[in-house]
Design a binder for this molecule. Structure first.
Ligand SMILES: C[S@@+](CC[C@H](N)C(=O)[O-])C[C@H]1O[C@@H](n2cnc3c(N)ncnc32)[C@H](O)[C@@H]1O
Length: 285
């Protein structure tokens, strides 16, 4: 159990099964969860696959623990992608989203991680995958979010787009599809920074060749900046090589990582040790 206000569980990496370890974590102590669980069946040879038909039943008890340990204003980011089974996409991710909603989670948003340096490839009936889902779930509609922390340079887009503004660009133009969203393009004149979209263009290369499914550090970093503050606790129950934990530490957050495989646990520990030499980045939050 968390003791001393949870201090014993902060900045630790644990070697074990998250289904057991999570049970010892106290209610509502985690501010943000960023994780990439094993995808259905896809990596049988490295850390055991779960059959796509059994995926939802496997994941739901874990999600119930995540719900319990997450603070009410916290966020859960799930990086996942459906695999191809028998020539079509298996719907286990879609089934999981619906099951998580029935469990009480709000499916607030879906971000796309575009793997911008993905090598080309071709299969008989499809092209190479170059994107993955990052599903955002929340316990309630009000959650911590710091949009200014992930702003991007307005860039060349602004120069050409804002040069010849139409009449509709200069007033709030409500969405024609009735989404309730409106835009006023002229608002962005003279600004150096703009809000990003929900597509993250990140290279797959992460300099971490020893784990077959590591994501680039920029991926968890982006969500950590967006959904947490310094001193918050970030959990990765499927820590792998420790990427989320390292990102959290470098951004001045605390981390709790859980990894079942001894080999990856050792790797994550070594990676965290290397990262300890990098100065903590003081962000605006
Ligand atoms: C997709 S990988 C995560 C990679 C990680 N994001 C990184 O950047 O290195 C999933 C990890 O979950 C671990 N894992 C699988 N089942 C687990 C469980 N029940 N408890 C804890 N870890 C588990 C696997 O060993 C694997 O390292």
């Amino acid at each position: 159990m968390f003791e001393n206000g949870g201090a014993r569980w902060r900045n630790v990496l644990l070697n074990g099964d998250c289904r057991e370890i999570l049970q010892g974590v106290a209610d509502e102590t985690v501010n943000l969860i960023v994780t990439s669980p094993p995808y259905a069946d896809s990596r049988k040879n490295t850390y055991g696959g779960i059959h796509p038909d059994a995926y939802v039943a496997w994941f739901l008890p874990i999600a119930a623990q995540l719900w319990r340990v997450l603070r009410s204003d916290g966020t859960f980011v799930l990086n996942i992608k459906e695999k191809v089974v028998d020539g079509e996409r298996h719907p286990y991710v879609l089934e999981l989203i619906l099951a998580l909603r029935r469990q009480g989670w709000l499916w607030t948003e879906e971000y796309i991680w575009h793997k911008k340096n993905c090598a080309p490839g071709k299969w008989p009936n499809r092209f190479r995958d170059s994107w993955e889902r990052c599903l955002q779930f929340n316990k309630q509609k009000q959650f911590k979010m710091f949009q200014e922390a992930v702003m991007v340079p307005t860039g060349d887009w602004a120069k050409s787009r804002l040069k010849n503004l139409s009449e509709t660009d200069q007033r709030r133009d409500n969405s024609r599809v009735g989404s309730g969203f409106g835009k006023n393009v002229s608002n962005w004149m003279g600004r150096d920074m703009a809000y990003p979209t929900n597509v993250l263009h990140l290279a797959t290369e992460c300099g971490n060749k020893s784990h077959s499914a590591a994501f680039p550090r920029e991926l968890p970093s982006w969500f950590i900046k967006l959904f947490s503050e310094q001193g918050d606790l970030v959990l990765d129950p499927f820590a792998g090589s420790g990427t989320t934990c390292i990102a959290a530490r470098l951004l001045g957050r605390d981390y709790l990582g859980i990894e079942i495989k001894d080999e990856y646990f050792q790797l994550a520990q070594a990676n965290l040790q290397d990262a300890a030499a990098i100065p903590v980045q003081r962000t605006l939050l």
